[in-house]
Design a protein around this ligand. Sequence first.
Ligand code: SAH
Ligand code: SF4
Length: 396
Amino acid sequence: MTNLLDLDAAGLAAFLADLGEKPFRAKQVSRWLHQRLVGDFGAMTDLSKSLREKLAAAAQIRGPAVVSDTTAADGTRKWLLDVGGGNAVEMVYIPEDDRGTLCISSQAGCALDCAFCSTGKQGFSRNLATAEIIGQLWHANRALLADGVSAEGRPERELLPLGGKAQGAKGALVTAPWVERGRAPITNVVMMGMGEPLANYDNVLSALTVFLDDNAYGLSRRRVTLSTSGLVPAMDRLRDDCPVALAVSLHAGNDLLRDRLVPINRKYPLAQLLAASLRYLDRAPRDFVTFEYVMLDGVNDSALHARELATLVRDIPCKFNLIPWNPFPGAAFQTSPRARILAFQKALMDAGFVTTIRKTRGEDIDAACGQLAGRVQDRTKRQFRIQPAPASPAIH
Ligand code: SAH
Ligand code: SF4
């Protein structure tokens, strides 16, 4: 059985063509799936009964298997999703006044093994399927709407006209009004959950096209951000295939240190990474790259590091997002003290770079960035592959 959440627009069109249906049916079905967020074919009331029956015989709409669903004191909500084989991934919804952001996972585990990352320490299990990536957005929107949450706090029934109300004057389907007015609970997606999205390129690309598709979630490219640790060839592919907003996990201003923190740097060192970031900007929806920089006590957070960093990226239109490191059991790092993070921020600002410090959200439910895998491991009883602590946290 085909899971319709596994199909992008082209896939859905091909699937319906195989059933002998015209291309416009794919758009109709896509709107039912991703705008009205229905979970069964019976609800697709403007499709003929025979088509609904054909769909039910050949396909299913299978969302994620939710293991747990927890809301933190600050409104951050985290879902743990079972992806089979003893693996689980997480997604996190972060509400703010003017937006609702969903942080999505792309892999179960990650092979890139960054020294400070809990997902990396878990090792790599497998790529998520397209349905498992799209299913995160589909499920989170449904769950939030069911709870009456939207960007404007509107209750579900006002937002999801079904059946007759979904018809235009001549019976044509109209886009659900909450999508037209940007009122879906989730207005922004960040691929910053578990895994390296560019290491699961094809499935992530299909999912991104659905996030952007006007007959699906209709998000603008500026509101979809992909974070990468620096898979240079895939950055170039993404630039050509689907240039969404880009965040690059820099974490160090020289190759010696970055080799240690982000091992993929040994393959694609800083000069290549920065050149690829510049190339990406030709097509990017924003005119800057966001550099993420995790603040590790005594490792990469000195005044010297800040100066080195500022010099390194001086020719690149960029912003910095400093991430206070989130601890997890067995890790050999500590979070930089607040005063040092502020000093680091000031040094970058003085050098002319817009620099924000990431607010830690949802700490009471372990939903903070980089903590995502920790409890999953507890649950699946996988072994940590903790590397020996560096002899001394050298400052390069
Ligand atoms: N694999 C991608 C995206 C997922 S991680 C990447 O590495 O960019 C999202 C961000 O969280 C990355 O910048 C990553 O370096 C950072 N991160 C990982 N572990 C963290 C931790 N324990 N504390 C804070 N940030 C962490
Ligand atoms: Fe993978 Fe990103 Fe974690 Fe590195 S920081 S191990 S690339 S998820």
